[in-house]
Design a protein around this ligand. Structure first.
Ligand SMILES: Cc1cc2nc3c(=O)[nH]c(=O)nc-3n(C[C@H](O)[C@H](O)[C@H](O)COP(=O)(O)OP(=O)(O)OC[C@H]3O[C@@H](n4cnc5c(N)ncnc54)[C@H](O)[C@@H]3O)c2cc1C
Length: 307
């Protein structure tokens, strides 16, 4: 995969189909979006950036740099940078996105890093093992757990092989939660668009848990709630670590959905028990387990006070 002595050939496709064909023609190639994922890797390896023979730069693909909004969805092209995503503002962006983007690196990074690159980098699709561990304790793929909670879908473009006939450019849409599964992104395929339903979440929380010195710290807490007439209609929550592991429990979410706010002491105790159960693998992280219980309790209490 790596070639230390020759510079890579950089290709600039002008359409997604051209990019797919270029990737199909090259056994050793990589897509380049903002390029920040590659610089992380080289810093960790203490080397100059090591790239395969061919780099396919997605920067000329205008159609991937657009975003649009309909009544039901926000569609964001994979080449939209995190900074441009944030600039859409709180009226257009679904709950939690603005706060989460603000946690990712610094502004110069967010002006280069793209939404598609952020997602694929977090999946480690084309990255070597260990690519996702940031030595400075920075979380990887901060937006991914939130996009899971928002039930976002990924649009993937690929070439459908048809025996001896010419491969056909094709398209499929999969829930982001399945991006790593058999329906997910494969080598040579391009993540082109993220589609986020404009659901009626009206309260959110995004928090970093206290650093506890473990290699996968820090942990990130995301929660969304839909509250109507003092009833918690639905809520989702996820915990994620700097290795891209996402912890979510539908059972815990189901405990409180449909209940009136404020919650009774009994419901809050049941929630605390369920959260301890959910984090039972973290035996060596008692402080963080307790922090999760406090964060979720605060979230539910504040949601009750605000609506
Ligand atoms: C200094 C620094 C600080 C950081 N801090 C954080 C942080 O706090 N939190 C956090 O979550 N992350 C952090 N990151 C990681 C950052 O989120 C990613 O580097 C970035 O989002 C990758 O986006 P990119 O557009 O630069 O992708 P690239 O680096 O261009 O690509 C990343 C990977 O995705 C593939 N790829 C890119 N686009 C596509 C596509 N459309 N289809 C298919 N494959 C594609 C590439 O081939 C490559 O394997 C940090 C990185 C740096 C360098």
């Amino acid at each position: 995969m790596k070639n230390k002595h020759t510079s890579p050939r950089i290709l600039f496709p002008k359409s997604v189909n051209e990019a797919l064909e270029m990737a199909a023609a090259e056994a050793r190639c990589v897509f380049w979006a903002g390029g920040t994922g590659f610089s992380t890797q080289s810093r960790q390896e203490g080397s100059l950036m090591s790239l395969p023979r061919v780099v396919i730069h997605l920067g000329m693909l205008e159609e991937l740099s657009r975003s649009s909004r309909s009544e039901s969805h926000l569609e964001v092209g994979a080449m939209v940078t995190l900074d441009r995503l944030a600039s859409l503002g709180p009226k257009i962006l679904p709950e939690g996105i603005l706060e989460t983007v603000a946690l990712i690196g610094n502004r110069p990074l967010r002006c280069r890093a793209t939404l598609g690159g952020h997602i694929v980098h977090a999946l480690g699709r084309t990255a070597p093992a260990g690519h996702l561990d940031y030595q400075s304790g920075i979380s990887a793929g901060n937006l991914v757990p939130l996009l899971h909670l928002l039930e976002a879908k990924a649009e993937i473009r690929y070439l459908r092989v048809r025996g001896k006939r010419k491969a056909l450019p094709s398209i499929r849409r999969v829930p982001l939660t399945m991006l790593e599964g058999s329906e997910g992104l494969k080598k040579g395929e391009i993540l082109t668009r993220i589609s986020i339903p404009s659901s009626n979440w009206n309260y959110s929380a995004v928090e970093e848990l206290p650093y506890d010195g473990s290699p996968s710290s820090p942990l990130l807490f995301h929660a969304l709630a839909r509250i109507e007439k003092s009833v918690l209609i639905d809520w989702h929550m996820a915990l994620s670590d700097s290795r891209g592991n996402i912890l979510r429990s539908r059972e815990t979410e189901g405990l409180l959905s449909g209940r009136s706010l404020p919650m009774s002491v009994r419901d809050m105790n049941a929630l605390a028990q369920s959260l301890l159960q959910m984090t039972s693998d973290w035996k060596e992280r008692p402080v963080q387990r307790q922090a999760v219980v406090s964060l979720v309790s605060d979230f539910i209490k504040k949601a009750g006070n605000l609506h």
